[in-house]
Design a protein around this ligand. Structure first.
Ligand SMILES: [Zn+2]
Length: 193
């Protein structure tokens, strides 16, 4: 029963926060904001692929489209010869956009819970991909076409070397998060305190 109330609150609190009983207001807002931040991060990520394809390499591709009718959203294009280097850049352009969004939000110092939600989701976009791709690799689960795995595969066709790259990449992600720990804490405390 509590769950049904919470979901109803979540939907209505987006229209009017005062709809919910006080005890649910905060959780409903947290759920609502994280839902929007999650979808927003997907859009920012896909826009990275789209902008890179459409405006950086127009001579190598055509028919670039973002599809919102699939989940998650995907960018499709007709490739007439991008080559490995440019392909890898296209795979990384999603992360370039999400990380830039995170750093812009942090630098702009907006004191808003919603901005902090977007910060956290965009900041952890790449670590989330690296972690899920690494786990799939470690348990031997097929994962063709992922942004991270496509790049790693192009560097190292050999599976043992891929595991080595995944391990280094995971370590690099942890170090990167460690160096950003103050700003991550700042945004977490804006949301929860
Ligand atoms: Zn992507």
């Amino acid at each position: 029963m509590k769950k049904i109330l919470l979901v109803t609150c979540l939907i209505f609190s987006l229209l009017s926060p005062s709809f919910c009983k006080a005890e649910f207001q905060d959780s409903a807002r947290v759920l609502g904001y994280s839902g929007i931040a999650f979808v927003g991060t997907l859009l920012i990520h896909e826009s990275g692929h789209y902008v890179a394809l459409k405006y950086l390499f127009p001579q190598d591709v055509n028919n670039v489209h973002i599809h919102f009718d699939t989940w998650p959203a995907k960018v499709s294009y007709y490739d007439h010869g991008l080559g490995t280097g440019k392909e890898n850049f296209i795979h990384l352009s999603g992360f370039i956009f999400t990380r830039s969004a995170a750093e812009t939000i942090d630098a702009s110092n907006l004191n808003s819970k919603f901005a902090s939600f977007i910060y956290l989701f965009t900041r952890f976009d790449m670590p989330r991909y690296v972690l899920s791709s690494a786990l799939k690799q470690f348990i031997d689960y097929p994962h063709p076409g992922g942004d991270v795995h496509s790049v790693i595969k192009s560097w190292a066709p050999n599976e043992n070397n891929q595991i080595l790259i995944y391990t280094s990449l995971l370590t690099a992600m942890i170090v990167d998060i460690y160096f950003d720990r103050k700003e991550i804490k700042k945004h977490l405390s804006r949301i929860f305190f």
